[in-house]
Design a protein around this ligand. Structure first.
Ligand code: ATP
Ligand code: MG
Length: 334
């Protein structure tokens, strides 16, 4: 891969918010590196206060780094800030929507801010209202929109100028499950159309669903990076579990699967008649092999299932604490 394939590059980026009186400086970013291939999705996953928004604000030229460098489409976000702004879209945690304007007017205004002629801005607004399922609500003021509609309008607003690279800061926080799924669909469609995306989230399932690569950040540092599968692989492989209703067959079941175990012998829960085997990364093949072996040994099993380690397991293993926690509990902890 060459640097020409990279839409976003971050090198040893640091941001310290200097002290107000009596309060210590906050090291929001303590030296992070990121690289995002064109047309892919990077999920930046971290709890409250990890430094996600700080990173997004620097990459979108809204904030100066203390040190380190960052590039979007090869452009330096500090030295070529104006050029970078032409290439990007941002949907931030604080919405950019004006309540008193209609959905259409909000989008039109955004187009005008991007120096589009009025007719072009209006045409683009109409196109986006349709794309984001807001056509019927286009002439209502934004203050009458539901949370999910506002989020879609906000996302539409960040797309007015057809950005190459889009930054979404926690796009689904606070949405109900249905709106969340709808937002995921919209995001998938954007990525399918070639947009590079950096998305921050506190939600493991969201990173899992949408991101090609995940950077886990905690207290201003990238503590792990890779695909979801790679991260899960680091906590250990898949686990096969089944029960043996006839306890007499439990020992035979254990012997049958013993040589498949990877990372510790099978665990047998005698009381529950349950067998768990850690099988490494080739889980689905191991599942077929388990069926074959139990069959050959004449063992009747029930509830045979393959369990993958979750990103929750990953986060816990890496940080010693769960991912989804409140800022308050974090302050208490540190
Ligand atoms: N303008 C600022 N002045 C002082 N400290 C700040 C400022 N902005 C952010 N911080 C601090 O920097 C740290 C990182 O904040 P940031 O907003 O980047 O976290 P985050 O990962 O986006 O969190 P959340 O999930 O809550 O949005 C926090 O400790 C925060 O209090
Ligand atoms: Mg934030």
């Amino acid at each position: 891969m060459t640097s020409a394939d990279l839409a976003i590059v971050v090198e040893d980026l640091k941001k310290t918010f200097t002290a107000r009186r009596k309060s210590a400086p906050v090291e929001a970013l303590r030296g992070i590196d990121l690289a995002v291939n064109k047309g892919t999705v990077l999920g930046v996953l971290g709890p409250n206060g990890a430094g996600k928004t700080t990173a997004v604000r620097i990459l979108t030229t809204l904030l100066q780094p203390t040190s380190g460098r960052a590039f979007v489409q090869g452009r330096d976000v500090v030295k070529e800030a104006a050029k970078v702004r032409e290439l990007i879209g941002l949907t931030s945690q604080a919405t950019a929507i004006v309540d008193e304007l209609t959905g259409r007017e909000n989008l039109e205004m955004m187009g005008r801010l991007h120096h589009m002629p009025r007719a072009t801005a209006l045409a683009r607004a109409d196109e986006l209202l349709v794309q984001f399922d807001l056509a019927d609500a286009g002439d209502r003021t934004a203050k009458t929109y539901s949370g999910g509609m506002l989020r879609r309008l906000d996302l539409a607003a960040s797309l007015v100028s057809h950005p190459d690279v889009l930054f979404l800061d926690e796009p689904t926080t606070g949405l109900d499950p249905r709106s969340r799924l709808a937002m995921w669909e919209v995001i998938r469609a954007l990525v399918a159309s070639g947009t590079t995306l950096l998305l921050t989230t506190q939600y493991l399932d969201e990173a899992d669903e949408l991101a090609d690569e995940i950077a886990v950040i905690d207290h201003g540092l990238v503590i792990a990076a890779g695909t979801s599968d790679e991260l899960k692989g680091r906590v250990g492989g898949d686990i096969i579990e089944f029960t043996v209703p006839d306890r007499e067959q439990l020992a035979a079941a254990r012997r049958a699967v013993e040589s498949m175990a990877d990372g510790g012998p099978p665990v047998v829960d005698d009381a529950a008649g349950r067998v768990s085997v850690r099988v490494g990364s080739a889980g689905s093949e191991a599942l077929v092999e388990t069926v074959r072996r139990l069959d050959a040994a004449g063992v009747t099993s029930a509830g045979l299932a393959l369990r993958r380690p979750s990103l929750d397991d990953v986060f816990l293993a890496l940080t010693g604490h769960a991912a989804e926690q409140t800022e308050q509990s974090e302050e208490v902890a540190s």
